[in-house]
Write a protein that binds this ligand. Structure first.
Ligand code: SF4
Length: 255
């Protein structure tokens, strides 16, 4: 069955094509069984309009192939334009699109890898046990969760929490870049090696990359372990504590 939004999207494209070809007036035939209150009569030159395919029979195209979202002037507008994205295969298996949450003008932005099961169910990043641990880590360095902005590189959950694949990252990371441009954070905290290496297009180990000030799109960035990894490997908490203290000091020098 066609999803109603998909049908509306196709109808909208069809009308836009009609508008481009024939102007602002659309002519419609009466629907069988419904008496039209006004005569719907095509003008004499209507037959001169080129015929276009039935929108309901058109092949389904990804919804966000146009680039209007790149001009979004705020995060809510960006959300409106991309939350139905089907540009990669993860769109078909998600429960919820997980955009991002927090202070729209945050000075600290936290970037993770991709939604997990809890995030997929709730439509919000970093909820569940890993999210609760992140909140505690932030509070330990005097940040409230609602003061920062939190997002992932990938907006839809990969099945079985597998790592995002290269084509999925390529499709989705421009949305994150746009989020960064709109939030304009002073500092970024990247959590998890996949997030760090995806952002930096590198193949570092966490041991080699943590403990230093990195840079992403001109913004100072600190890397540390993902809270979900800390739940599995409590011995990494000491290093994480050092990283976030370094983050706090860096933040205080910049803000
Ligand atoms: S993961 Fe990103 S690119 Fe893929 S469908 Fe979801 S929003 Fe679109």
């Amino acid at each position: 069955m066609n999803h109603p939004d998909t049908i509306f999207s196709r109808i909208e494209r069809y009308l836009l094509q009609r508008q481009a070809l024939g102007g602002d007036i659309a002519y419609a035939a009466p629907i069988r069984g419904i008496t039209a209150p006004l005569p719907l009569t095509a003008p004499e030159n209507a037959s001169a309009l080129p015929s276009l395919p039935n929108p309901l029979a058109m092949k389904q195209e990804p919804l966000i192939r146009d680039t209007a979202w790149k001009n979004a002037s705020s995060l809510p507008l960006l959300y409106d334009q991309i939350h139905q994205c089907q540009n990669c295969k993860l769109g078909a298996t998600r429960t919820n699109f997980v955009f991002g949450t927090g202070n729209l003008n945050a000075r600290l932005m936290i970037i993770g890898e991709a939604p997990g099961a809890d995030e997929d169910a709730q439509g919000e990043p970093f909820v569940g046990r890993a999210g609760q641990l992140l909140t505690k880590i932030l509070e330990a360095i005097q940040f409230h969760r609602e003061d920062v902005y939190i997002a992932n590189i990938i907006k839809c959950r990969p099945p079985e929490n597998r790592r995002p694949e290269a084509d999925e990252v390529a499709e989705c990371e421009p949305y994150l870049y746009k989020q960064i441009d709109l939030v304009q954070p002073k500092v970024i905290l990247a959590v998890g090696l996949t997030a760090v290496n995806t952002l930096l297009k590198s193949k570092h180990t966490m041991g080699a990359i943590r403990g230093q000030t990195l840079e992403f799109r001109g913004i100072p960035m600190i890397a540390t372990y993902h809270p979900a990894a800390l739940l599995r490997n409590p011995e990494w908490k000491k290093a994480t504590w050092e990283d976030v203290q370094m983050l706090r000091k860096l933040y205080d020098t910049l803000v």
